[in-house]
Design a protein around this ligand. Sequence first.
Ligand code: GDP
Length: 314
Amino acid sequence: MEKTDRIFVAGHRGLAGGAILGELQRAGYSNLLTRTSTELNLRDRGATRTFFEEERPRVVALAAAKVGGIQANNDHPVEFLLWNLQIQNNVIEAAADFGVEKLLFLGSSCIYPKFAPQPIPEDALLTGALEPTNEAYAIAKIAGIKLCQAYARQLGKRFISAMPTNLYGPGDNFDLASSHVLPALLRKVHEAKQRGEREVVVWGTGTPRREFLHVDDLACACRFLLEQHDDPALINVGCGEDVTIRELAETICEVVGFGGSLVFDATKPDGTPRKLMDSSRLRRLGWQPAISLRDGLRSTYEWFLRQPATIRET
Ligand code: GDP
């Protein structure tokens, strides 16, 4: 990849896309192309094709997606399946038709079977039933991987797929109904501390295990893959360690400085019991994460505190 290559970062207002854009800027890429969803609706095939025809990006980082936490996924399977299929089909097809030389598609660790071996190797894909709470999203992402692989196999396109584990960091969604666990707990614990409350409610039993990767680490991995990796086989991007939701909540209490107690609401779903990915393939290629969970939590909390109350409370 040349520093002057025209690179379209699809989804640059999102957590992953924003971090990828920043990473590419810092690395000296000077011809970066972005569109907000108001400027370009990627669910609109015609508009997407016109954009590619006119702008002719050479490289695409496809981070645009309908994303959300366990409750949003569970409550809105139509949007998670349909919108994601539309976005990725339109972008991948247009990329192929209008001369894009390299495309990186971002999937998710939820593509793997609910009871996959842990840590989950890439070849666990399609070996068992999915976790029902995020099946719609997972099916869409699996279709995206398969479409990239189909273009690679049939037409020789350099379209690759990376599977990030649970991401967090500055720019995350802190809305309690639609967010993932980490920003939700950061906000809940912060608000409990501010209001002088003595308890924070954590959904589920606290026993599920999750792996958390700082989004700047993901962005660094994405640049690495764009620059150095052409294998269409999917590749995991994780930090290699997981924690229970209880441990996560306890660490967040320490970072925020909240001395109250945790209450577990078992009427809320736990989701998949564990999803630690095996990221040894990426490690062998020469990439490794740099940000520990505690450091990442600290800097994310500092970022959260700097946001105007209106953003924090959306
Ligand atoms: P998942 O990784 O797809 O299951 O998505 P989430 O990040 O939304 O949830 C991960 C785990 O955290 C699940 O077991 C949730 O029940 C649990 N959890 C605990 N408290 C919360 C919360 O306030 N919000 C969310 N989204 N999840 C929570």
